[in-house]
Design a protein around this ligand. Structure first.
Ligand code: ZN
Ligand code: ZN
Length: 477
């Protein structure tokens, strides 16, 4: 009698507290990334068909329909297909080169260079290595503790896997309404350099705002809202299970996972350069703004909309500064000004390490996209919306070696400073006397840490209960 009751409880607990699925780590031994340039319309169609049929992982462009004649594509070919693929390309006389000989080797090398000592203090935090999420959470805590006079940190929302998405507000107190600049990083999980840049950016402005006149004035007149990792679940998954994961981790109709957050925004959602098939890397989700991460950004932006002057979305790779729009060839209302500012910025960028970046609307210089955060921000009226595609141009792609983090961040920061100089001249005006001696605390506190704490607690309870059930299960067997 007792026995059957306990069994019922056990079964119930199993249903209520599902055991974490221990998923296998994806490896890429022998996979190659090929650079292929179709030379005729027939070859383009052939490549499209092959990519679809074998579900190849396109690194450039994002979606199959954007494979065009005379435009180089980068595609990862699984080891089992490599030989066959090359034979096919030779047969069809499609020119190709090998970009990456062995994807897994490159992944292993890049992680081997990482020192295994866990970052514990800000003083020793390495900005030129890639950091896993737990270190970034820890870093955020320490940043806001150390710089509590200029930094506060807040909850953007929770992810599907019940982790917190956090952001910084960086700015000095002011009696006047401040302008706002928003930056999202890590919207695509595998683009680690984007996440590294956000950390660099925060470090840099905090280190320099006291001595640098421009940054000092900026922090008095502008609040930066910086999301170092938007796609937290995806980012973690790219560390633990699949280095080349791009989407978030929300389950779709029971069989597959993940929505491409940069196709999920409510701007011509699902129309161009986005897939409605969950197996694809550009899957736009079941509906516009369906994802928690998207909702978080929308909430933050709506809240500060009248004051937001700039929106940045950070990506890799291609070395581009993209202007709106991806969904139409039509220029945005503010196109000429945005274009001018970005072109000055890439000129400044080039001076640092001689990198070449191109500027233009995504639909012109990249490919068609819809549902991106950059286009969404532009369409709701934010004057300057830029999406960066950071290094490189196609040597390592998503596997950008750690020793390129610092130069990438330095040049990118220089380009942003150039934009801020312009913004300062045209939109900020001189400082008031009020702002010169700031002692007044502003208390527009939208810190929702309470909710975050609750979420974390419930996650722990859930895990502890699962654990208890496990032990129980082992004991009665
Ligand atoms: Zn906080
Ligand atoms: Zn991206």
């Amino acid at each position: 009698m007792m026995k059957s009751q306990t069994w019922t409880i056990f079964l119930l607990s199993c249903l209520l507290y599902p055991q974490p699925v221990i998923s296998k780590k994806v490896t890429y031994y022998g996979d190659q990334v090929l650079k292929i340039t179709p030379k005729t319309p027939t070859q383009s169609l052939y490549l499209q068909a092959l990519t679809r049929q074998w579900r190849l992982d396109l690194w450039k462009p994002d979606s199959v329909e954007d494979i065009y004649m005379d435009r180089e594509i980068h595609v990862r070919v699984p080891s089992t297909y490599v030989q066959h693929m090359k034979e096919n390309l030779d047969q069809q006389k499609v020119p190709f080169k090998i970009m990456i000989e062995d994807v897994q080797k490159l992944i292993d090398n890049s992680l081997a260079s990482r020192s295994r000592t866990k970052a514990i203090s800000l003083e020793t935090y390495d900005y030129d290595v890639y950091h896993p999420m737990d270190e970034i959470y820890e870093w955020m805590e320490q940043i806001k503790d150390k710089h509590s006079d200029v930094v506060s940190h807040h909850l953007l929302g929770n992810t599907y896997e019940e982790r917190t998405i956090e952001y910084f507000k960086v700015g000095l107190p002011s009696k006047k309404t401040k302008k706002v600049i928003v930056m999202d990083c890590g919207i695509h999980a595998r683009e680690w350099i984007s996440v590294a840049y956000c950390q660099w950016f925060v470090k840099e402005i905090l280190a320099k705002y006291k001595s640098d006149a421009l940054l000092n004035k900026l922090l008095k007149q502008v609040d930066f809202y910086i999301v170092p990792v938007l796609n937290v679940d995806g980012y973690i998954y790219s560390w633990t299970n699949d280095r080349l994961w791009r989407k978030n981790r929300s389950p779709q109709n029971g069989t597959c996972f993940g929505v491409d957050l940069n196709r999920n925004f409510d701007v011509k959602w699902g129309e161009l350069g986005a897939s409605t098939n969950c197996l694809d890397v550009t899957f736009c989700g079941p509906s516009a703004a369906s994802e928690l991460e998207t909702k978080g950004i929308v909430r933050l932006v709506e809240q500060h909309k009248p004051n937001i002057l700039m929106y940045f979305s950070m990506h890799a790779y291609a070395q581009l500064i993209l202007l709106p729009y991806g969904y139409t060839m039509q220029p945005s209302e503010n196109h000429d000004e945005m274009d001018k500012v970005a072109k000055e910025a890439v000129a400044k960028l080039k001076l640092v390490h001689d990198s070449t970046y191109y500027v233009g609307p995504a639909s012109h210089i990249l490919y068609s996209t819809s549902g991106t955060s950059g286009d969404w921000a532009a369409d709701i009226g934010i004057k300057f919306s830029y999406s960066y595609e950071l290094r490189d141009e196609g040597e390592y792609g998503f596997e950008l070696p750690a020793d390129e983090i610092q130069p990438t961040c330095e040049e990118t920061f220089a380009s942003m400073l150039s934009m801020f100089e312009y913004i300062d001249k045209q939109y900020l005006g001189p400082l008031d006397d009020d702002d010169k001696d700031d002692d007044d605390d502003d208390d527009d506190d939208d810190d929702n840490d309470g909710n975050g704490a609750v979420a974390i607690t419930s996650l722990w309870i859930n895990m502890l209960l699962s654990f208890a059930v496990c032990i129980y299960c082992a004991l009665i067997n």
